[in-house]
Design a protein around this ligand. Structure first.
Ligand code: CP
Ligand code: NVA
Length: 321
């Protein structure tokens, strides 16, 4: 497809105004975003200008810490000819200083899009219901769809395709696990979630992912046994044991997750050419050994780079006229 084709399709292809969870997106829409991101990545590497969002502004609200999401969204808006503004948790105080609908309505008069990282997913939903501009979920306690879009791009680049591969997520049944379940089920990727007892994923999300998987033929499994779970894995994915907002339980989690560290011994049960994924930030020698994250299977910095290209595809699509 040519540059013009992508720009034209971006205006018509995606029916959903917001980017809240991958559950809201069809296989065709996610595939379009992946392909568009790879196209934009090629333009950037070739030094070809692609300022499709000239004059557009993105408000970025962060109620939790961030490095990748903050920097890559700001760089993405700059590459696309627009502007991003960082708003810290002390400024807007979503839902505290004024109502969520009032915040959404006022921001809609000032800017062209909102990206928000926050705690409860209902905050992002509340903003999207009252905003007349696109709202993008930059991570909630329940979901991290932007990360999974970057992960799908990485898998397609590394393996040449998505469907039929087996991804095993080892660790906490958290926001990453939830978004991976939706992303894999929709794209036909077999997904196994290996979690300690008591840290399983939200049963409603698991059920929805199983329903989606029926359409693509993907297999969805949750297990408490990391060794059997990892067998035949093409991708092994992990994340921190205590996510942002759950730091108080970090000590008890260390005990519960001890058998779930992705180290050389556990990884030996996967396929020989297995890829190791981590959304980062990582804690070496907690959820992953230094040898694995810094070893030959690891593609974590390619994943991180693809956040930039994924965000450019989301922005160039949702904020297109
Ligand atoms: N992976 C990710 O979202 O990183 P940040 O928390 O640094 O944004
Ligand atoms: N599960 C982690 C992901 C960080 C990118 C968290 O929510 O802290």
């Amino acid at each position: 497809m040519t540059d013009m084709d992508y720009q034209q399709l971006a205006k018509t292809k995606i029916k959903n105004k917001h980017f809240l969870t991958l559950d809201d997106y069809t296989q065709e829409e996610i595939q379009f975003l992946i392909d568009y991101a790879i196209h934009l990545k090629q333009l950037k590497k070739a030094g070809t200008p692609h300022q499709y969002l000239e004059g557009k502004t993105l408000a970025m609200i962060f109620e939790k810490s961030s490095m990748r999401t903050r920097v890559s969204f700001e760089a993405a808006m700059y590459h696309l000819g627009g502007h991003a503004m960082f708003i810290s948790k002390d400024e807007i105080q979503v839902g505290k200083r004024e109502t969520i609908p009032d915040t959404a309505k006022v921001l809609s008069r000032f800017v062209d899009g909102i990206m928000i990282r926050t705690f409860g997913h209902e905050i992002v939903e509340g903003l999207s219901e009252s905003a007349s501009i696109p709202v993008i979920n930059g991570l909630t306690d329940q979901y991290h769809p932007c990360q999974v879009l970057a992960d799908l791009i990485t898998l397609q680049e590394k393996k040449g395709s998505l469907a039929g591969h087996k991804l095993v997520y080892v660790g906490d049944g958290n926001n990453m696990a939830h978004s991976l379940l939706y992303g894999c089920a929709t794209m036909g990727i077999d997904c196994t979630i290996a979690v300690p007892k008591g840290y399983e994923v939200d049963p409603a999300i698991l059920e929805k992912a199983e329903e989606k998987a029926k359409l693509t033929g993907a297999t969805i499994v949750q297990t408490n046994d990391p060794v059997s779970g990892i067998t035949n894995a093409d991708v092994v994915y992990t994340d921190v044991w205590a996510s942002m907002g759950f730091e108080d339980s970090a000590e008890e989690r260390k005990e519960a997750f001890a058998q779930f560290q992705v180290n050389e011994t556990l990884l030996a049960n996967a396929n020989e050419d297995v890829l190791f994924f981590h959304c980062l930030p990582a804690h070496r020698d907690e959820e992953v050994s230094a040898g694995v994250i810094d070893g030959k299977h690891s593609v974590v910095f390619d994943q991180a780079e693809n956040r930039l290209h994924a965000h450019k595809a989301i922005l160039a699509t949702l904020l297109a006229e």
